[in-house]
Design a protein around this ligand. Structure first.
Ligand code: ARG
Length: 566
């Protein structure tokens, strides 16, 4: 129920005004203070028209505001504060959530259009880092949000499986590696070669040339190079898959950079034909001075392709294959220049859909304030983080609820959910510090706190043998409690929260909302004996049930599971 819209209608029909309902609606505010009612209307807008002070206008107009959903109004300073008819609104909101069930919050902003979402996209032969975790969970949540508002997301894992680093890796393997070692411990072993390569190359720069040469061989289809690359890639994918399974994230495509290696020449030809290419110190570039950007490096002097060349081919392929209405790239903030260049080159090539390309950047995860980086081997292995989180969750369950039946499973849901939630509750552009102990707390602004509120609600419903199907159409939900009304108003905000998360591509809007909803619910729970047998029992249970529906929907969007007991 759109309360602001309802109040705007009341205002519109109660007084003479040139403002439209929508204009009035946009002026309405939600008072910060409980005593100021449910919705406030600032009367400043009329000051000029009526040549009166807003305080006086509020006093004059307040008595005229009349409508079914208004219980009473108060003029406070320049504001008219609306106190709504709780009985009527309670009834309307609970009915709405009941009828919608898990569809509550769905919006028809999209009409089935495709949105491609480039997400996760780790680099082969390196461990998946916390940065890739961010891309994976943010991308997955944005895809879920897109679904909720009517689009068809396509999750694409643009694997980093092509580029000079594979030349370096082959050199490293040939110099210091062994087959058994790689088979036994693929990623950590391959990472060793990569780290060692960089250490040695500082002393002996000719190694860099060797690395470039091997990548050139790979691009030219050399068999030995190809077989090593293919093997490294398959071993890496197996390890990544374990992590995706833990996170519960699936992809529609794993077409990575290598997939585009045979699609680049066509792009380069097209650039050439349009006269966009220039030779600069032996390298082939597209000048982007007009965009105030550095030139895009399309081909190195040895002819090897580059990251952006592959991204150009990728963007065109995606448009041809999916005819997207939006093409999103969930990639760290540090690559924003790259995506500006990509967009600019596509625009120069005359693709009007370049405007639909949107880089969704995010900040760094730090540890003790320091950036995590693979190259120096200073890496937090994501799988270890997840496993530690699960252990911590199990420890807490053992303390709080030792008799819980499926402890291991719940610990998995809570541990993994905690890591995902922690990542998503921060505005995605913020850098944040990762401290596992804090992340897996059952109290505070954490995923387990939200999961726990939901599990507690379920335990109430179980005790009451509550059967949602038994609630007849036309049931009266009479709830005379201020705390209950606060929870209700919060539940009612869910659709607008989903819309705002979509508009900003910002899952944190949902995570923060779930925290606030859980807090409201816990307040209600602390204040009210929900299971007391009286004439409001059904209404209270209906509220608790509606709360579980909204929390579960929100957590599902974030990719966090919701155990019904923990
Ligand atoms: N593999 C890259 C990295 O880890 C991210 C790829 C992002 N996607 C893209 N189409 N460029 O830095």
């Amino acid at each position: 129920m759109d309360l602001k819209q309802q109040v705007a209608q009341v205002i519109h029909s109660s007084i003479e005004t040139s403002l439209s309902i929508e204009e009035i609606q946009n002026l309405l505010e939600i008072p910060k203070h409980d005593g100021h009612g449910d919705i406030a209307f600032p009367t400043f807008v009329f000051a000029k028209e009526l040549r009166k002070a807003p305080q006086a206008i509020a006093q004059d107009l307040a008595p005229q505001m009349q409508g079914e959903i208004v219980d009473h109004v108060e003029a406070v300073g320049p504001y008219i504060n609306f106190f709504l008819n709780q009985t009527l609104i309670t009834q309307a909101i609970l009915e709405e959530i009941y009828q919608a069930g898990e569809h509550f919050g769905e919006l028809a902003i999209g009409h089935g259009e495709n949105i491609t979402i480039d997400m996760s996209s780790p680099n082969i032969a390196k461990p998946m880092s916390m940065g890739h975790l961010r891309s994976t969970v943010i991308g997955n949540a944005i895809a879920n949000i897109a679904t909720k508002v009517g689009f068809n997301p396509i999750r694409i894992n643009h694997l980093g499986d092509w580029g000079t680093q594979f030349g370096k890796l082959i050199v490293g393997y040939k110099k210091w590696g062994s087959e058994e070692a790689v088979r036994a411990n693929p990623i950590s072993e391959l990472l060793k070669y990569y780290v060692k390569f960089h250490e040695e190359a500082e002393k002996d720069p000719s190694l860099e040339d060797e690395g470039r040469l091997w990548f050139k061989k790979l691009e030219d289809g050399d068999q030995e190079a190809y077989e090593l690359w293919d093997w490294f890639k398959n071993e890496s994918l197996k390890e990544f898959q374990r992590i995706y399974d833990m996170l519960g994230v699936k992809f529609d495509s794993y077409n990575g950079e290598a997939f585009y290696s045979d699609k680049m020449p066509a792009v380069i030809d097209e650039l050439e034909a349009q006269g966009l290419l220039k030779i600069d110190q032996g390298a082939t570039i597209v000048d982007l001075e007009a965009y105030n950007l550095n030139p895009a490096l399309i081909k190195k002097s040895d002819g090897a392709s580059l990251y952006i060349t592959r991204d150009l081919a990728t963007a065109i392929y995606r448009k041809e294959t999916y005819d997207f209405s939006q093409s999103l790239y969930v990639v760290g903030n540090e690559q924003s220049n790259h995506f500006k260049q990509l967009k600019a080159v596509l625009e120069l090539m005359g693709y009007d859909w370049a405007k639909d390309i949107n880089h969704i950047p995010f900040g760094l995860i730090t540890q003790d304030g320091k950036k995590l980086s693979t190259r120096k081997g200073n890496v937090v292995l994501l799988e270890e983080v997840l496993n530690d989180a699960i252990d911590l969750a199990l420890k807490q369950i053992n303390e709080k609820n030792p008799d819980l039946a499926n402890k291991e499973q719940v610990a998995h849901q809570v541990g993994v959910g905690a890591v995902i939630f922690h990542d998503l509750k921060n505005d995605r552009l913020n850098n944040f510090d990762f401290n596992l102990e804090e992340v897996v707390q059952f109290e505070g602004e954490t995923g387990p706190y939200v999961q726990y509120a939901n599990a507690r609600a379920h335990s109430i419903l179980r005790k009451a043998n509550f059967d949602p199907a038994a609630i007849a159409e036309g049931s009266q939900f009479n709830l005379e409690s201020e705390e209950a009304f606060q929870v209700l108003k919060e539940l009612n905000r869910y659709p607008e929260i989903v819309a705002s998360a979509y508009e900003k591509y910002e899952p944190s809007v949902i995570a923060k909302y779930l925290l606030s909803l859980s807090q409201q619910f816990n307040k209600y729970y602390a204040h009210t004996r929900i299971l007391t047998e009286d004439e409001q029992l059904t209404a209270r249970l209906a509220l608790v049930y509606a709360m579980t529906k909204v929390i579960e929907s929100g957590l599902a969007i974030l990719g966090v599971e919701a155990p019904t007991e923990m």
